[in-house]
Design a protein around this ligand. Structure first.
Ligand code: GDD
Length: 415
């Protein structure tokens, strides 16, 4: 560890069960941050990226899931990374900045000079050391990772305008109705500890307003903030918007991949991006098909060591097979996530699909979709313990847990 001033702490906001509704039916079984992408829990990818930060003292996960949900994972990743990774449970949602503020005393225990703050539900190469260097050059309170997206999709995110020479953040609007910019907030930040003073300022303003006996006409026009509790502070609307143009915030643009993971369909796309990244960062995690009894492997594939794949199966590209799955003779798997304990019987085909825990796909059955990640039914999703009987065809559908399908379905959500 270098001099004390250099210590860095990373905080990953993991949210809680009520925030995971768009991720159903997969979030019925597992907290969304632990859902496997490329065979590793979603939160594992930002955590491993933190390993590259010089003088990293701690990683905190802040959320309102139960502590026991994360206990096993945090203890195993702490020993793997050799950096303590600790889960901190909020008693209620405090918003993305309020959650951070809630644990300020703990976070400041290591006297960090810098604090990384990462959303858990984004998929990125997380260029954190590069951001830290840029942040030190800019000399502000915070630096935001930004990416260019298509003008049509920009309004799903925080849109921003920055000075092309100094990189200062000049203007910030969260999910605006009219187009502002195709540069958006990636949900990855670095701050100096002064961020706590900024959050405290918003919280105090709220308290003062709540104490005002009459609501001003200006307040009445702000339905967004009027009823928020003083300890609920959103990083984007409450901190970034008002501080834009005040020489406190800067941007660092990534040209590398970046996606948001709000839906099960997007998790399949992000799994493929992380598998591709493994070629450079963790090639040992990719199946190579070299063994005498290995199945044919095409492109990027992850197979858990406990899974059993028949040598005549053909797997890939973009396939992740979790623990204890069994893949039968002649099965064909393309672009899919096969979760723990799934059985895929002989000659079944799975394309653009996520097959839930302990599900079973019968002989010659087909489970497939168009592969349009942004469409509601573009990826077929089977919840836990779904049985697709022999020769049944399931196309562009979502099937909730514990169903048995003995006839074909297409473009359906089966509750
Ligand atoms: N611990 C905790 N407590 N986490 C929270 C809370 C909270 O009260 N509220 C949100 N989060 C976490 C979510 O789990 C997610 O990882 C992150 O904070 C941001 O979630 P939201 O506040 O719901 O915002 P968003 O995802 O719709 O949009 C944000 O991220 C985009 C990038 O993915 C915004 O900052 C956008 O501007 C940005 O483009």
């Amino acid at each position: 560890m270098g001099i004390t001033e250099e210590r860095v702490v990373a905080v990953i906001m993991v949210g809680g069960p009520t925030k995971g509704t768009r991720f159903r039916p997969l979030s019925l079984n597992i907290p969304k941050p632990l859902f496997p992408l490329a065979g590793q829990p979603m939160v594992h990818h930002p955590i491993s990226a933190c390993k590259r930060i010089p003088n990293l003292a701690q990683v905190y996960l802040i959320g309102f899931y139960e502590e026991r949900d994360f206990a096993l994972y945090t203890s195993s990743i702490s020993s793997e990374l050799k950096v303590p990774v600790r889960y901190l449970k909020e008693d209620k949602p405090h918003g993305s900045a309020g959650g951070l503020y809630n644990f300020r005393d703990l976070i400041m225990e290591d006297s960090p000079s810098h604090i990384f703050l990462l959303n858990c539900d984004v998929c990125s190469s997380f260029p954190l050391p590069e951001m830290l260097d840029a942040h030190k050059r800019y000399g502000g309170m915070g630096t935001i990772l930004v990416v260019k997206v298509s003008a049509e999709t920009a309004n799903e995110f925080g849109e921003l305008v920055a000075d092309p020479i100094t990189n200062e953040l000049l203007h910030y609007t969260e999910k605006p109705e009219t187009f502002v910019s195709d540069r958006i907030n990636c949900g990855v930040y670095i701050f100096t500890p002064d961020v706590f003073t900024a959050i405290q300022g918003i919280s105090t303003q709220r308290k003062d307003r709540a104490n005002l006996r009459r609501v001003s006409s200006f307040e009445a026009l702000q339905p967004d903030t009027r009823n928020l509790p003083s300890d609920f502070v959103r990083l984007d609307q409450d901190i970034l918007s008002p501080l834009a143009g005040k020489k406190q915030l800067y941007v660092y643009e990534t040209k590398d991949f970046w996606e948001q993971i709000k839906t099960p369909g997007m998790s399949l796309k992000c799994s493929s991006l992380y598998l591709a990244q493994f070629r450079h960062t963790s090639p040992h995690l990719l199946a190579n098909g070299d063994g005498i009894n290995s199945a044919s492997i095409i492109g990027d594939v992850y197979i858990h060591p406990s899974a059993k794949v028949h040598p005549s199966a053909k797997i890939g590209p973009n396939v992740s097979i979790s623990a204890n799955a069994r893949i039968g003779a002649g099965a064909r798997l393309i672009s899919c996530i096969i979760l723990d304990g799934v059985e895929i019987k002989e000659n079944a085909v799975v394309i653009h699909a996520i097959v839930g825990w302990k599900s079973s796909i019968g002989k010659w059955a087909r489970v497939q979709a168009s592969g349009d990640y942004n469409a509601k039914l573009g990826v077929t999703i089977l919840g836990e313990s779904v049985t697709v009987e022999d020769e049944v065809v399931v196309v562009n559908s979502i099937v909730l847990p514990h169903k048995t399908l003995n006839v074909g379905v297409q473009d359906e959500i089966l509750l």
